[in-house]
Design a protein around this ligand. Structure first.
Ligand SMILES: [Zn+2]
Length: 295
């Protein structure tokens, strides 16, 4: 979950080039539909993501043949679209703009190409993502009017810390194996709350974020000095809390967003007095030999 700057591509010039290219399978039907597609893309741009709810972005009615041609042009990376491969490596950041995972990814469509083939080749509909984008459902028919996905090129809400891990002691268990979930940090009365919830449920939760938190927790409690730089010299629980704050700020800066998975995890530790107490006690026990990493 990160706002990013799109590459500077003249999509209309490229659409014009494709529409007039007699060698392409889309000729002449694309030239017949040139104006409709151009105006639809202009609407996509002027709505700047905030109107990209499926309720407001109805796909164009195009023939099956033209739809297949447009998707085929994208898949085959015809020469007009060579820019896609050129910036695939450069644009892909170290954090996924859609879900906040730290895995490297690919270039994918914000509005799915099978539903919106008219946008299949446009740069503002091509975003760097991890696998979360291809695993999210394309079926948005049940989406309510105040629910939508945030667009990394247009939305600025990612500047806020939107979500954090929720780390709690399971009933009848202990924090060795905590219950993990995601908490949304916006107030429920906030006008963007439902949209954030929809985005988190559709994209972030579909991508094993809780498994990742579980791995980080095991690392935090078995090898805390590999996660918290000053762990070996901490004397009090408040020292540890300050160390977590430093680690969180470092993660925010490192990835350029407060909504990367590591920052979600550190913010979750900070929000839980029990987690702070448990991890500090683990640090002391490991340092003094009372406990071993595998305990
Ligand atoms: Zn992702």
């Amino acid at each position: 979950m990160k706002a990013i700057t799109p590459p500077k591509i003249d999509d209309i010039e490229k659409l014009c080039s494709m529409a007039t290219d007699k060698r392409l399978s889309s000729y002449p039907e694309l030239s017949v539909n040139y104006n409709r597609i151009m105006f639809s893309y202009a609407k996509y741009k002027t709505s700047k993501g905030s109107a990209l709810s499926p309720h407001l972005s109805k796909p164009l009615l195009l023939s099956k043949a033209l739809k297949e041609c447009l998707i085929g042009h994208y898949r085959n990376k015809i020469s007009t679209l060579s820019f896609i491969d050129n910036w695939r490596g450069n644009l892909t950041p170290d954090v996924c703009p859609m879900c906040g995972s730290l895995g490297k990814g690919t270039i994918d469509h914000f509005l799915p190409k099978d539903q919106y083939p008219e946008f299949a080749c446009f740069s503002l509909n091509l975003i760097p993502t991890c696998l979360c984008n291809s695993s999210r459902s394309n079926d948005s028919k049940n989406c309510a009017p105040n629910q939508r996905l945030f667009h990394p090129y247009f939305d600025t809400i990612y500047k806020l810390r939107l979500v954090r891990a929720n780390i709690t002691q399971p009933v009848g268990g202990d924090l060795k194996t905590p219950d993990l979930s995601l908490s949304i940090l916006l107030n429920k009365a906030d006008c963007d709350y439902e949209a954030v919830r929809y985005h988190v449920d559709s994209v972030v939760m579909s991508n094993r974020v809780l498994d990742y938190f579980g791995k980080l927790w095991r690392k935090a409690e078995s090898q805390p000095n590999s996660m918290f730089r000053e762990a070996d010299s901490l004397l009090t629980q408040n020292d540890f809390k300050r160390e977590v704050i430093k680690t969180l700020k470092f993660s925010d800066l490192k990835y350029g967003t407060k909504n990367n998975w590591d920052s979600m995890f550190y913010a979750g530790i900070l929000a839980s007095k029990e987690a702070i107490k448990y991890l500090f006690n683990r640090i002391v026990d490991l340092r003094t030999g009372v406990a071993l990493p595998e305990d």
